[in-house]
Design a protein around this ligand. Structure first.
Ligand SMILES: [Zn+2]
Length: 129
């Protein structure tokens, strides 16, 4: 889940540079600023998804959901929901629930349309969650 270390990093991105991301069938499309780093988390769900997260305020990210729609998954304490394509199943992002006073949107950079080899990976140790 979202630890304090990742909260501190979440709005750090590279001004002026953005990245297009999409699920495999392109039904879900995201445009986000290039993150200064991406986070590989070893908590129960992130290690299963093998996601690389970049953290944002939702206003900083464009999410377009196509005609096939998206499917939401709320886990555990139900403070966040994971979003996957209803067609191809790729997990593109997670977000805080509506009305959260401290909104967060985490983009899965494994969905990037270009390699992000130049973006450093941060490792978050949340194996107990
Ligand atoms: Zn898809």
């Amino acid at each position: 889940m979202v630890g304090e270390a990742s909260l501190a990093l979440r709005y750090v991105f590279q001004p002026g540079l953005s990245m297009n991301l999409s699920c495999d069938c392109r039904n879900l499309q995201i445009t986000a600023p290039m993150p200064a780093s991406v986070t590989r988390c070893n908590c129960g769900i992130c290690r299963r998804y093998q996601a690389l997260w970049g953290y944002y305020h939702p206003d900083d990210v464009d999410v377009v959901i196509g005609i096939s729609g998206s499917t939401l998954y709320q886990r555990g304490d139900r403070e966040i929901e994971f979003v996957r394509c209803s067609e191809c199943g790729c997990v593109t992002h997670y977000q805080t629930l509506p009305n959260d006073p401290d909104p967060l949107l985490a983009v899965n950079f494994c969905m990037a349309e270009k390699p992000i080899d130049d973006v450093p990976i941060r490792y978050a140790d949340n194996a107990s969650s």
